[in-house]
Ligand binder design. Structure first.
Ligand code: MLT
Length: 244
């Protein structure tokens, strides 16, 4: 297995496809997706375009749809939810489909939608996703961070590193045999440095700061937890994710 890490969807190569592509948006889209599926949501359908989301979700029974819209860390006016995993409790989401559009995370999922196996990972479901990958043994894996509007983000890179570190732990080989690019080595180093204090890393990060200013400290604490959900969100048809 060779793992290639990309910090943003813009950096993903245009001329080849991996056997498996994993989208990461720790703060907060992929954490919210894993949490919603763990709480019994039927599926999560992602959109980069809000108007398309509104039009497609219109065709779904009103009692079974939840429109999740986030821009700049804030809930989009008129939507049912912002992008907080704290809102994804069973009483709210069980049996419902989430129609979701966020600033960056849903764009990553859209960018990798044509890969044969598409997964969504966060710290909360890191081990579940890594075990799934380990079991399926794809020859090539992309881990695609969402970043912020085309720029690098610490939190997605540390999550990529957490995934790689877990997969590396299953092998008796040096990291360079697993690493397809230098970003994979760097992400692992970042995780090894911060693994016991991920919340501090979130406080250092620009999007962590943005969420703190918006009063979302509880979300940072939740998203910094590792391996608390045994959920693997996987794509069953383009941009539609359910539990594997
Ligand atoms: C995003 O897609 O950029 C995020 O998930 C933003 C957020 O809701 O914190």
């Amino acid at each position: 297995m060779k793992i290639y890490t990309y910090h943003t969807p813009e950096r993903v190569p245009a001329d080849w496809q991996p056997d498996c592509a994993i989208a990461v948006d720790v703060l907060r889209a992929t954490t919210t997706i894993a949490t919603a599926l763990a709480a019994g949501a039927e599926a999560v359908q992602v959109f980069s375009d809000l108007a398309e989301l509104e039009q497609v979700s219109q065709q779904w029974p009103a009692a079974k749809r939840i429109r999740v819209g986030e821009r700049g860390g804030k809930k989009v006016a008129g939507f049912d939810m912002g992008n907080s995993p704290a809102e994804c409790v069973p009483e709210r989401v069980k049996g419902c489909r989430l129609f979701m559009s966020t600033t960056n995370g849903t764009r990553s999922l859209e960018r990798i939608q044509t890969s044969p196996l598409v997964l969504a990972a966060a710290l909360v479901n890191r081990a579940a996703v890594a075990e799934f990958v380990q079991k399926h043994q794809p020859a090539t894996v992309w881990i695609v961070g969402s970043g912020w509007e085309g720029n690098y983000s610490l939190e997605d890179t540390v999550c990529a590193g957490a995934l790689i570190h877990y997969l590396w732990g299953q092998q008796d080989a040096p990291l360079e045999t697993l690493a397809g690019n230098d970003e994979t080595i760097a992400a692992t180093a970042l995780y090894r440095y911060y693994q016991d204090d991920l919340l501090t890393l979130f406080h250092h990060s620009s999007h962590g700061q943005r969420l703190l200013h918006l009063g979302n400290e509880a979300d940072l604490k939740y998203c910094a937890q590792v391996d608390i959900l045994a959920i693997v969100p996987w794509q069953v048809s383009p941009k539609l994710l359910t539990k594997a």
